[in-house]
Design a protein around this ligand. Structure first.
Ligand code: 5GP
Ligand code: ZN
Length: 116
């Protein structure tokens, strides 16, 4: 299941260090090492799923749990009232650079729409 060449598999298995902010049985949440906002966290399923496009009906609960953990972390970081952005870059054209599904939680500054 885990991919030895995958950075986020190596982070979830603790082979590569990261600043961990939350963990559940299925998910790890870390600080992004190149933050694009005052709060920039990544919610990462421990299962290696390359992109959202690879998710199946069997991942429905996992995907819901990832969003709900992002919601909880946003509350903990006092982002819920002002607002925040949740992003899942899917595929190279959308800017995905690490091909292990993850949810970005960004907050603490205004965001424009449409995104670039
Ligand atoms: P993507 O571009 O795939 O949507 O997002 C990948 C994210 O992972 C980027 O925001 C990037 O800054 C972050 N990232 C890349 N390498 C590392 C790392 O080694 N540690 C951490 N914590 N984040 C990383
Ligand atoms: Zn992986």
């Amino acid at each position: 299941m885990a991919d030895a060449d995958c950075l986020f598999c190596r982070i979830t298995s603790r082979q590569v260090k990261a600043d961990i902010v939350a963990e559940t049985g299925e998910l790890l949440a870390i600080k992004d090492s190149n933050p694009q906002a005052p709060t920039h966290l990544l919610v990462i399923p421990k299962e290696h799923i390359p992109t959202l496009a690879d998710a199946t009906d069997g991942h429905t609960v996992l995907l819901g749990s990832a969003l709900q953990l992002a919601n909880q972390l946003a509350r903990q970081h006092q982002l819920s009232q002002g607002g925040y952005r949740v992003v899942v870059n899917t595929g190279a054209e959308a800017g995905q650079s690490v091909f292990h599904l993850h949810v970005h939680l960004l907050g603490g500054r205004p965001f424009r729409w449409p995104p670039g």
